[in-house]
Design a protein around this ligand. Sequence first.
Ligand code: FBP
Length: 520
Amino acid sequence: MHVSLLEKKRREYQPKLPSLFNDLLNVCLKKEKQDVPILDEIRKQFPKLETSAYKLVSGKSAIRNLRIGAFFSGGQAPGGHNVIAGIWDAIQKWDKQSTFIGFLGGPSGLLENQHRILSYEEIDHVRNLGGFDLLGSGRAKIETEEQMQKAMSICNELNLDGLVVIGGDDSNTNAAFLAEYFLTHGCSTKVVGVPKTIDGDLQSVDIEIPFGFDSATKVYSEMIGNIMKDALSSRKYYHFIKLMGRSASHITLECALSTHPNLALIGEEKKTLSEIVDEIANLIEERHTHKKDFGVILIPEGLIEFMPEMKELIRELNQNQSVDKLSEKNKKVLINLPEKIQKQLLSERDPHGNIALSQIETEYLLIELVTKELQKREFSGKFNPLAHFFGYEGRSCLPSNFDANYCYSLGILAAIAVRDGITGMICSVQHLFQKVEKWHLKMVPIIHLIHLEERKGKKKPVIQKTLVSMIQNPFLYFKSIRDSLRLDDQYKSTGPMQFFGDEDLADSVPKTLKMKSLKS
Ligand code: FBP
């Protein structure tokens, strides 16, 4: 494996530990008294799963040789390798004969029994490094009875004590179903989830933030800051920067708070396309009167999904998959869009047959419509737009210290959960905005995160995606400052993510996470 000097130094980093992890021979999970009420309709689907959470406390537990398997599921997120390092270090500490089995290429690795028994050297090589390349990842699902049966027979064949699913909302929902299936069919493998996604939308009372969000947003903020300096120097371009994040606008909000663009659109505000076009055109006109024919605008990937008229169109297109069957109203919306976007809406489909929103070039859509609007207004200034899309650039970067520490703790916690016989639960680390020593660790029933959602006309139990809240501190704060960012260029250059030196820089946590912890 070829590594840079920084990667080499990074591998030597010792993740900081919550104080209870200093003695891994004397920690165990203890059932919490408080039981969370679960909707009957959800409970019926998971009759065997426990509903009480478990808290990590100091105390003895039976130490034994363990066989743990794991796979990455879905998009890459910085820190994944440290989850594996955490599992490995914990099981090896308990018994040198313990085994870690990595399933290759995501959930399909389990279904097709593509696995590797990993060695110390292999795991040591990827400590604190980005990507999921040790095992690879994939978007296959383990949903049907046949797939669950297959997964169970492989877990039995490999004699696994535990299966760790490192994934987002859908993968963790499936982990709960798998745990239920294993319990029903007498399979002793415990299924444990780890919250992953750069999108930041896997959150609950117990999951403060999924891993990967911090590192990815630090990379995007650096790039945005660089572009801002360029814009400020050349004073001739409008940068339209689309940021990954699927539906929710968490990434855009975090980057906006870090860098102070002239405008950051937040999908959850549910503005219509024409309102947004007007807002941008107004900004451009106003800045022109201040002799500023340049600027920086952030656009969340999921923006069009929230625009009421587009939402309707997308819903109908997903249902009918054809233009001919569209209602007159939606046909009109479609034909008023630029041709390129019409084509994308009609051709880009995800594996479920739905429109692949990440492939729709919202940044071009806005540029085209704003250009037309400015022509209509007979705008006398210059409008030179440039489009960018930041997504893949941040998904596999070196994890920040925050993600490196967080993921290592998640891995250790997952191993403890398997050792203590916990199943159908997700790892939860709380008080993440505080120093690592003060973090609290818990295993939370996945069903606490599940709600009923309509999918293809049927109510399905799934983990609810958390969108940007309009009443919480991060958005409220952004709302309170955004007017002042339109004309004044209060651009902030965050610079590259820091790994060494000043703790305020190297160990910083996401701004949105910190703001949520504040009372007002
Ligand atoms: P996960 O939800 O699986 O973590 O993936 C997140 C994400 O990076 C989204 O932000 C983006 O829309 C999507 O993956 C892109 O998917 P793909 O990797 O299949 O192009």
